[in-house]
Design a protein around this ligand. Structure first.
Ligand SMILES: NC(=O)c1ccc[n+]([C@@H]2O[C@H](COP(=O)([O-])OP(=O)(O)OC[C@H]3O[C@@H](n4cnc5c(N)ncnc54)[C@H](O)[C@@H]3O)[C@@H](O)[C@H]2O)c1
Ligand SMILES: O=C(O)C1=N[C@H](C(=O)O)CCC1
Length: 273
């Protein structure tokens, strides 16, 4: 039985992850962590998220270390916000607890600290900005297309719900990273985030990245490769957050096989080379 602690347990993703785990026969929720000021402290997380009591109470994040020591999870799943996830990784790594992290919006420095903590703790960690199987195939398609179309102009567009706090999406940034690497470009040099004013002609090297926030859009990503007289558009549309949750469940079943001390991603989980 895989013992799972969920951080962000009452959020859009965390609540769906808790709900799904309760339906699986090889895993169980042993801790539900929420924001330090959560109004749900001490309440049964199942009742909070509307599935009925599951016998696990909501714990505020300032008690994270204690609840990890007492609940003894095999894995901590984090779908929170960047600052919180950095703390989750630090505390879990020090306690030798494996990690599945879906949170996005990390700074470069935060990603470096996460990598350092995972290495020092020699824990197994699966960290991915998008856990949907289709998106990770989409990433592979982008890598191959970029190699065949190095001279085409690339624009990356993403659309998410109005509640999303970070922009552009972690998925869009990963697409930028993949295409840049496949075409020998430095993403920090070529990325252009939106455009406004008398900006002059577009350089061929630049990669546009554009974020739309509206309504209840679950998650759309469109990447276009535009050349002379034609363009290719690769599109992924998430219809439901269940696409991400299914990826989390796959990651939870994979993690025992992951390499300790390094950050694995969904390519490792899905066997995509
Ligand atoms: N990797 C993926 O497949 C994937 C899919 C969806 C969302 N995400 C990312 O997951 C994150 C959460 O998305 P969401 O839509 O669930 O957001 P959300 O705001 O609905 O949920 C976040 C939850 O974290 C809680 N929280 C805040 N600070 C905390 C702390 N210090 N400790 C514990 N919990 C804390 C909040 O109270 C909230 O309940 C975002 O970064 C988003 O980009 C990733
Ligand atoms: O709902 C969100 O927030 C999502 N964020 C991920 C990202 O930032 O790439 C993708 C899935 C949805």
């Amino acid at each position: 039985m895989i013992r799972v602690a969920v951080s962000g347990a009452c959020g859009r993703m965390g609540s769906r992850i808790v709900k799904r785990i309760t339906k699986e026969n090889d895993m169980e929720v042993v801790a539900a962590i929420e924001a330090p000021n959560t109004p749900f402290k001490g309440k049964d997380v199942g009742e909070v998220i509307g599935i009925g009591s599951i016998g696990v109470k909501v714990t505020p994040a300032d008690e994270l270390e204690d609840i990890l020591k007492t609940s003894k999870p095999d894995v901590v799943v984090d779908f929170t916000i960047a600052d919180a996830a950095v703390n989750t990784v630090e505390k879990a790594s020090k306690l030798g607890i494996n990690l599945v992290v879906g949170t996005t919006g990390f700074s470069t420095e935060q990603l470096e600290k996460i990598g350092k903590d995972v290495k020092e703790g020699n824990v197994k960690a699966i960290i991915a900005p998008n856990m949907a199987v289709g998106v990770n195939v989409f990433f592979k398609v982008l890598e191959e297309l970029a190699k065949f179309l190095p001279d085409y102009n690339v624009e990356i567009m993403e659309a998410h719900h109005k509640h999303k706090k970070d922009a552009p999406s972690g998925t869009a940034l990963k697409a930028l990273e993949i295409i840049s690497a496949a075409t020998g470009r430095d993403p920090d040099e070529v990325s252009v985030y939106g455009r406004k004013g008398l900006i002059g002609e577009r350089s061929d090297d630049e990669i546009g990245v554009h974020a739309i926030r509206a309504g209840d859009i679950v998650g759309d990503h469109i990447v276009l490769f535009a050349g002379e007289g034609e363009r290719l558009e690769v599109i992924h549309r998430a219809h439901s957050r269940e696409a991400f949750v299914s990826g989390v469940i796959r990651a939870l079943r994979f993690i025992e096989k992951a390499e300790p001390g390094r950050i694995s991603d969904m390519k490792d989980v899905l066997g995509i080379r």
